[in-house]
Design a protein around this ligand. Structure first.
Ligand code: SF4
Length: 220
C-alpha cells in the first residue's frame, strides 16, 4: 500500500482555499510552544488560527503551567500574518489517568499514546464543532517520535464521528522539526525533555540514568 504524504494533502487543501480567496478558521491543538512554533509560522499565513491548549496528560502541575505560559508568550511575541487566538482547555487530569489505567508500563509510542492522541484530538474536534471552526488539527505530527499516519487516521475517524473537517498534516516534513528547533532558540523557549505524562517522564529519567551509568563504567 502506498504511503500517504499528509503534507501534500494539506498543501492541496491550502491551495484550494487560496484559489477561492478563503482564509478559513482553524482550531490548532497544541502540545507545547516549541512544537507549535513552526506550525503557527506556516498555518497563520493561510488560516485564522486559534491555539487550543488541551493537555491533561502533563505531569507535574508546575510543568503544565510552565508550558501554558510559554505557549501564550510565543503567540504574543510571534509576528503572525493573521492574528492568532488562544483557548485553554480543562486540566482534567482524572480523564487522562482513567484513560491510561492498565497502560502505565507501556513504552512511549504504544497503546497509551494512541489513546492520549485520540483523547486530545476528540476534545479539539468537539470544541471546533461547538464554536463553528472550519477545521481542527494538531501540532503533534511535528515530533519525530510520533507517526503522522497514525495521527491522521485518528483525525479522520474523529472528523467523521464529530462532523468537523480535520486538516491532514505532517508538520515534520519540509524540515518542519528543524525549523521548530530554530524558532525555539530564537524565542529562547523552554523545551521539555520528556513527552508530557508521568510515565514518559519516568521512562526518560530511567534512560538518562542508564546512559550515565554506562558512561561511568567506561570511564572506570
Ligand atoms: S508519552 Fe506522551 S503521548 Fe504518550 S501517553 Fe504520555 S503524554 Fe501522552
Amino acid at each position: 500500500m502506498n504511503k500517504v504524504n499528509y503534507q501534500i494533502v494539506m498543501e492541496d487543501i491550502i491551495k484550494e482555499n487560496v484559489k477561492q480567496d478563503k482564509v478559513p478558521t482553524l482550531l490548532l491543538h497544541s502540545c507545547c510552544a516549541p512544537c507549535s512554533s513552526y506550525c503557527l509560522e506556516l498555518l497563520s499565513q493561510y488560516f485564522k488560527v486559534t491555539v487550543f491548549y488541551y493537555n491533561p496528560n502533563i505531569y507535574p502541575e508546575e510543568e503544565y503551567y510552565m508550558r501554558v505560559k510559554e505557549q501564550q508568550r510565543f503567540i504574543k511575541e510571534f509576528p503572525a500574518k493573521n492574528p492568532i487566538s488562544f483557548i485553554e482547555g480543562d486540566y482534567d487530569t482524572k480523564r487522562f489517568y482513567d484513560m491510561a489505567r492498565g497502560l502505565e508500563k507501556v513504552k512511549e509510542g504504544g497503546e497509551r499514546c494512541l489513546k492520549c492522541y485520540e483523547m486530545r484530538l476528540r476534545e479539539s474536534a468537539e470544541i471546533a464543532k461547538e464554536k463553528s471552526f472550519d477545521y481542527f488539527t494538531t501540532t503533534l505530527s511535528i515530533s519525530p517520535m510520533k507517526k503522522s499516519a497514525v495521527l491522521n487516521q485518528i483525525g479522520e475517524k474523529i472528523q467523521n464521528e464529530v462532523g468537523v473537517s480535520y486538516l491532514f498534516s505532517d508538520f515534520k516534513k519540509k524540515n518542519g522539526y528543524k525549523r521548530s528547533t530554530e524558532l525555539s532558540n530564537e524565542y529562547n523557549m523552554y523545551r521539555q525533555y520528556y513527552c508530557g505524562c508521568v510515565f514518559s517522564k519516568r521512562q526518560r529519567d530511567e534512560e538518562i540514568a542508564a546512559k550515565e551509568k554506562a558512561a561511568m563504567e567506561i570511564e572506570n
